[in-house]
Write a protein that binds this ligand. Structure first.
Ligand code: PHE
Length: 348
């Protein structure tokens, strides 16, 4: 036995690691433990590295032989680790597949957000007018007195200014009281033919069941050669039928707005009752509900925005979006729109 050289001893030691490693790894069943065992043998301070420290003391001719054995042991251990980890992954995947899933269980509800009812109605209104060739226009909510009033034939001392109780920011700046200043802005920047709708917030010092100091309107404006009151009526009638998906009539009641001539208040047939005589809180038993104002653009307005009154005529209308949503969904207090109460909002 004494003729065992140092080289033989080292090789025998390395060979023994192979067996030892199989024994160590056999009971291990999680990745971390297996990696730990691997490090214990192959790490920088592992068993193989320790055994190899003697390499420098061996006869140079023997060193490649010992190195080859060490490499073989390393490869064996690595492939064993890979095989065991592969088995673990496979077992996990199989366990996953074998898990019984009851597909008949009701799904957990995922609360979904949605557009505010006023946004839904606004988009729907825009879509109906878009079908008729109207495009969306926009204007500021903080508006000059000139755009909100003067250019719409409402000079400072005009009694009709009282129709709209105004929030003043300064002497010449107001919170717009209607979307009609977008008519002015559009006509100042676009040449006819014009067909726009302008939805947006407007402000008035008003506050009760059906009025809020801030609400939304949608304005319509068409300017072209040969437009008549019949075109206005056609557009409004089409809109009401499309929006309520019912064959409802409209009524244009002569009325006064300084920026239209002739001007009218727009009524539609009550959606809630069978007409005059039936007890109805919405139309107060008249069979008609007011939905907005309308009329032919007053030549005075055309002059302010320098549109040729000989060549062009135009019509305009304005409607309250809250109103339309109230009529569509039987909402009886305007405050519901702005309180952000989910119990209200999630109904739509
Ligand atoms: N701007 C008017 C209002 O808010 C409505 C209107 C618009 C009337 C267009 C005529 C033409 O009361």
């Amino acid at each position: 036995m004494s003729d065992l050289s140092a080289t033989d001893v080292t090789i025998a030691e390395l060979d023994a690691f192979e067996v030892e490693f199989s024994r160590v790894i056999a009971p291990l069943s999680d990745e971390q433990a297996i990696r730990g065992a691997q490090a214990q043998f192959l790490g920088k301070k592992g068993k193989v590295a320790e055994a190899m420290k003697v390499l420098g003391k061996l006869p140079p001719a023997d060193r490649p032989k010992v190195g080859a054995v060490a490499n073989r042991i390393k490869a064996t251990i690595e492939s064993e680790v890979a095989r065991r980890l592969g088995e673990l992954a496979q077992a996990a995947a199989e366990a996953d597949l074998a898990r019984v899933v009851d597909v008949t269980l009701p799904a957990r509800p995922v609360p979904a957000g949605r557009l505010h009812i006023l946004s839904q109605v606004r988009l729907e209104m825009i879509e109906i007018f878009a079908e008729l060739g109207f495009v969306v226009a926009d204007g500021p909510q903080i508006e000059t007195d000139w755009h909100n009033f003067e250019a719409l034939a409402l000079p400072k001392d005009h009694p009709a200014r009282d129709m709209q109780d105004t929030f003043y920011v300064s002497e010449d700046i107001v919170l717009r009281t209607h979307t009609s200043p977008v008519q002015v802005r559009t006509m100042l920047t676009q040449a006819p033919p014009i067909r726009i709708v302008a939805p947006g917030f407007v402000y008035r010092r008003d506050d009760d069941l059906t009025h809020s100091p801030m609400f939304t309107q949608i304005e319509g404006l068409a300017v072209d050669e040969g437009l008549s009151f019949a075109d206005l009526k056609g557009v409004l009638l089409h809109f009401v039928k499309r929006f309520f998906k019912r064959d409802l009539g409209i009524r244009l009641r002569p009325s006064y707005f300084p920026f239209v001539e002739p001007g009218a208040e727009v009524d539609m047939q009550c959606v809630f009752c069978a007409g005059p005589g039936s007890a109805c809180r919405v139309c107060k038993s008249t069979g008609w509900v007011e939905i907005g104002g309308a009329g032919m653009v007053d030549p005075d307005v055309f002059q302010h925005v320098k549109i040729d009154t000989e060549r062009y005529t135009g019509f305009a209308f304005g409607m309250g979006i809250e109103r339309m949503a109230m009529l569509r969904h039987d909402i009886n207090d305007i405050k519901f729109y702005y309180e952000g109460d989910v119990r209200f909002l999630e109904q739509f």
